[in-house]
Unconditional design. Structure first.
Length: 133
């Protein structure tokens, strides 16, 4: 994948040989090495998505395939080692299973616990009150 500077504001464009007619993928470089997409909208979870080859896809999957010049195996996910869903840096993307992704989330302390969990019915304060008061 070749990158070229498109303007002096630190915005870069992914050069796509297959889709020259498509809207270009543009990103900004962050200090931590993330390539944050600035050209396309994000879905509800913060991942850039777009329309290519007749279907809506997550940009990280497309970039991984483009960079590695192969298709993603069926049932596999593209994981972000940087934990930034908006990052499209191919060096921050790796292939894994759903189980790999859940283990990575747990090891990094990103698993929702207590009142942060979406099915939580009580706050920590309420639980303390029920148990001890």
């Amino acid at each position: 994948m070749k990158l070229q500077i498109t303007n002096p504001n630190n915005v870069y464009t992914v050069e796509e040989k297959r889709n020259r007619q498509a809207r270009p993928i543009q990103y900004e470089l962050l200090d931590n090495g993330c390539h944050v997409c600035v050209s396309h909208d994000l879905d509800k979870d913060g991942y850039p998505r777009f329309f290519r080859n007749g279907e809506h896809i997550t940009m990280s999957r497309y970039i991984w395939s483009l960079h590695n010049n192969k298709e993603i195996p069926v049932g596999m996910l593209v994981m972000h080692t940087c934990d930034n869903p908006n990052c499209i840096n191919p060096d921050h993307l790796k292939i894994g299973t759903h189980k790999d992704n859940m283990l990575d989330r747990s090891e990094k302390g990103r698993t929702p616990k207590g009142s942060q969990h979406w099915r939580s019915g009580f706050t920590e304060h309420e639980v303390y009150y029920i148990k001890f008061i």
